[in-house]
Design a protein around this ligand. Sequence first.
Ligand code: HEC
Length: 131
Amino acid sequence: MRPQPLAACLLAVLLPLGAAAQAATAPAVPAAPAAPAPPPAAATPAPLTGSFDNGRVLAYTCQGCHGITGYKNAYPSYKVPKIGGQTQQYLSQALSEYRQGKRKHPTMQAQSMSFSEQEIADLAVYLSTAK
Ligand code: HEC
């Protein structure tokens, strides 16, 4: 009966001490790796590697207008450019320009603003292979 409460008591004392010790050593760690790595990655102009599979998921909403399958528009009265099979660079540039407002078209600006740069790269990979 005796030893157990004592052990619990010791634990109760030692655990916070351990936490305090960790907290004391913690600040020294993050300071070191922060310095050297990032600059080269930021300097290179966006060679993001797109994900084909994610692009295919994201491109689902595009088909209603761009009619990737067979390049036929869902809305015949609606003039929509062909995007399937264009080069990755062309597609990602067009989407980025809509996103930044350099190309103005309400529909495509709304579409592209919902994507990150990574998602635009994903879309470009998928669409460039779509027929
Ligand atoms: C509601 C209809 C609609 C939807 C949905 C839509 N688009 Fe568009 N898209 C358009 C129209 C209309 C244009 C032509 C805009 C213009 O004249 O600048 C266009 C233009 C584009 C262009 C430029 C093509 C070129 O040759 O200039 C790209 C790239 C593009 N869309 C990609 C996409 C992607 C990717 C999606 C899905 C995430 C998508 N669009 C969804 C209607 C749509």
